[in-house]
Design a protein around this ligand. Structure first.
Ligand code: C2E
Ligand code: MG
Ligand code: MG
Length: 734
């Protein structure tokens, strides 16, 4: 192996002898001379002379023999007689020249004419020595010929290596995976390698002599100006930048590159190089594959794999940005926590694949209902988050939920089956329900679960009393499991009063939790949790049995109210043996079913109308009354009022509270009253707190009221005072 360093570039490499290297030809140590002379005596005397001077001498007596010996190129010098028996010395030298033999020829001739010498030199001889040769002259000539041959050989070797070095450099530049540019001080391209064409689909002429920034993809030009600025190019420092370059051949019209720009000054002593002024070396490396991979990774980090929707991380980012904007422009926004109703049963029925397919379809349909600035995200499972910006009022948000449910109303086809779906929404508004993203999402979720528990299917706005912090929740969940055993629940009873005679009509049983640390908790603080964690049926069973037991005791004492209303959670009612269990306990406690009214919320009817209608009919057939609670707040459809055996409508307190205010809610409450009357239903107004509300309800012939004006929910002992006086008109407590 031979290590070789290019004297001009300083680059070095190792070459293998024989790999394209010319190893033929004599080395400097073995200086070989061929004597071509037919005069044998003369030849021998020359032989003695030359070998005596240290040369290795061979002899040939004819031109033909000489050519044969010379053909291996191992002789430095051939001393050639002009007159050979088979050819002239001229002819031999010409033949050597024609065969490009690397051997110097010295002509020996008796001819004294200068013409003969010139002729010999013309055909390629290096020197001319007259016969009979003067030994000193001949030796001098031979020595000179050998030195010259060596110099030529060395020169040729350097040329060959330079050529190879240049080829190697050209190869490196041309085959480089990067585009390599040379720029002048004004950032104009004066050299570019062939990768330009492969990667950008451009011929070099398109950019040679032009400013490099013309290659930069338009949106990135501003950024690229940072390094291609004329003033920056005088800076000798190194710049690195990631930009997109326009590419005719790339599908997107650009590729991502990492650019490295170096200022390079020509070498002091390299005056012959191609670069004679300050120049710049720019390497553009295609990093599109890496960028794409990063982009994909970013996408996956921020999107849901199933639906392609933003995930909760991206949602939080968008919401945080939207909040900054909303704060600045004093706008409202809404966060909706959406949950697909009855999705669990879809999962059970169609398996995971079917459920996944359905979730994708649902997300597509919901997306159709969105406006430009809205963001829909998948929170997980069958839960979605929706961000509504620039919201004017709650009506507008309700309209969005309405639109979504209208869009979902069309049945979904899974295999050969049809599925009917709807979503429930918990809604938190900025600024009233939370100032930051975390709080808004949490509150929307709380509202959703609260809505579900209290029965609302479609939409529930957050209320501060719903909001329990997460830690609090974790603790509560833990405590809830023990609450039943520890006998911490308690039933309160709120009286209902007839409006015409102000007489006591009945009570509604309302659960409370005597929490050992937190005190008396209202249902909103733990029922949603019981619902979520699957404890609702146990808790509900406890409520039913306690209410029946109490009623039984009151009956025994002769003070039982005419009616006891019990709230039933939809999840609880959904249990297959609910009716059977309920009636078994009714018999067990010997309570007359006619005194019992169960309160249900409207969303129950869109959950699974078929199964529900049967259960309610069974209960009604045995004398139990059915009331629709919070009527008007959710899925209010008149058709179910006719399909189901319903006895009582309870107007939600939100409508009652609107009575004092002068707005269109009046129309709703009047409509509810007339519906109840036309269907012959008992009508109870909830949440009556003022005389004005009472007066309005009385004037419009509402049957009963329930509210703080009459009484707050009372403990069993407190209520017994009222029960004892129930034949008297009830006093009002403003
Ligand atoms: P609901 O069935 O609509 O019960 C009426 C709620 O309004 C009760 O709240 C009651 O305390 C409250 N209320 C009554 N009059 C007034 C008034 O004049 N002003 C105001 N501001 N509020 C009044 P509570 O007891 O906190 O119960 C909330 C909800 O929790 C109930 O709404 C019901 O949906 C549910 N719930 C209560 N007990 C049970 C239960 O045993 N089982 C089930 N499944 N749900 C229950
Ligand atoms: Mg109720
Ligand atoms: Mg109610």
């Amino acid at each position: 192996m031979v290590a070789w360093q290019d004297p001009t570039t300083g680059n070095a490499w190792i070459g293998r002898p024989g790999a394209g290297e010319d190893t033929a030809g004599p080395s400097d140590d073995a200086r070989r001379i061929l004597l071509v002379e037919d005069d044998v005596r003369f030849a021998h005397s020359l032989h003695r002379l030359l070998s005596g001077s240290g040369y290795e001498v061979s002899m040939a007596h004819t031109g033909g023999t000489a050519l044969g010996l010379l053909s291996d190129g191992s002789f430095h010098v051939a001393v050639v007689d002009m007159n050979l028996p088979d050819m002239s010395g001229h002819a031999l030298i010409r033949a050597m020249h024609d065969r490009q033999l690397d051997t110097a020829a010295i002509v020996l001739s008796g001819d004294t004419h200068i013409d003969a010498a010139i002729q010999a030199l013309r055909v390629g001889a290096l020197d001319f020595v007259r016969k009979p040769a003067e030994p000193g002259l001949l030796l001098h000539s031979v020595r000179r010929a050998i030195r010259q041959r060596c110099l030529e050989r060395e020169h040729r070797e350097i040329q060959r290596r330079l050529h190879r070095s240049e080829r190697l450099h050209r190869y490196l530049v041309d085959k480089s995976p990067d585009i390599i540019f040379m720029l002048d001080r004004e950032a104009r391209v004066f050299f570019v390698n062939s990768r330009l064409t492969d990667l950008l689909g451009l011929e070099p002429e398109a950019i040679l002599g032009r400013h490099i920034s013309q290659l930069v993809y338009e949106p990135d030009r501003e950024r690229a100006r940072y390094i291609f600025n004329a003033s920056k190019l005088t800076d000798a420092s190194r710049h690195t930048l990631e930009v997109r370059l326009r590419s005719v051949s790339a599908p997107k019209g650009y590729l991502h590159f990492e650019l490295v720009l170096c200022a390079a000054t020509p070498d002091e002593d390299d005056h012959d190089g191609p670069i004679d002024e300050e120049h710049y070396y720019l390497v553009a490396r295609d990093i599109t594959a890496r960028q794409d991979a990063e982009e994909r990774a970013r996408f996956h980090a921020n999107h849901d794999a199933l639906t392609g929707l933003p995930n909760r991380n991206l949602f939080r980012d968008r919401l945080t940005l939207a909040l900054v904007q909303a704060r600045r422009s004093r706008e409202r926004l809404a966060v909706l926590f959406l949950n697909v109703d009855r999705f669990k049963s879809v999962n059970d029925l169609y398996g995971h694949a079917g459920a996944d397919e359905l979730l994708s379809l649902i997300s597509t349909r919901i997306q159709r209902c969105l406006r430009g600035g809205d963001t829909l995200a998948r929170f997980g499972g069958d839960e979605f988050l929706l961000l509504n910006t620039g919201v004017l009022d709650s009506e507008e948000v309700l309209a969005v939920v309405g639109r979504i449910n209208a869009e979902l109303a069309e049945p979904f086809s899974i295999g050969d089956k049809q599925v009917y779906l709807s979503v429930s929404a918990g809604i938190a508004l900025y600024p009233e329900h939370g100032e930051d993203a975390e709080a808004l999402v949490r509150h929307a979720k709380v509202a959703l679960y609260h809505g579900r528990i209290t029965g609302s299917s479609s939409q529930t706005f957050f209320m501060p009393e719903m909001g329990a912090s997460r830690d609090h929740r974790v603790n509560l969940e833990h405590d809830l499991r023990q609450a039943l055993e520890a006998d911490e629940f308690e039933l309160y009873y709120q009286p209902q009063m007839g409006l015409r005679d102000r007489h006591f009509r009945g009570v509604e049983a309302l659960i409370r939790w005597n929490h050992p640390r937190l005190g008396l908790l209202p249902p909103a603080e733990f029922l949603p949790l019981a619902e979520e964690t699957g404890h609702i049926a146990e808790v509900g069973d406890w409520v039913i049995r306690t209410a029946l037991k109490t009623l039984h005791r009151w009956e025994g004492r002769g003070i039982a109210p005419a009616r006891m209303a019990i709230n039933i959670s939809p999840r609880h009612l959904e249990q297959a043996d609910f009716v059977e269990r309920f009636m078994r306990w009714v018999r067990e406690y010997q309570v007359s079913p006619g005194r019992l009214e169960i309160e249900l919320t409207e969303n129950l009817f869109i959950r699974d109308p078929g199964a529900m209608v049967q259960k309610l009919q069974d209960l009604a057939a045995q004398g139990v009354r059915i009331a629709i609670d919070d009527f008007g707040t959710q899925y209010s459809s008149l058709s179910y009022l006719q399909t189901f055996p319903i006895h009582t409508l309870k107007i939600d307190k939100s409508f009652v509270w609107e009575i004092d205010r002068e707005n269109r809610q009046h129309a709703i409450i009047m409509a509810i009253i007339s519906i109840a009357h036309s269907l012959g239903l008992n009508l109870v107004a909830e949440g009556v707190e003022t005389e004005a509300q009472l007066k309005f309800l009385h004037t419009h012939a509402c049957d009963e009221i329930q509210g703080y004006l009459v009484s707050r929910p009372l403990s069993e002992t407190d209520l017994e005072q009222i029960l004892k006086n129930q034949r008297q008109p009830m006093p009002l407590t403003p």
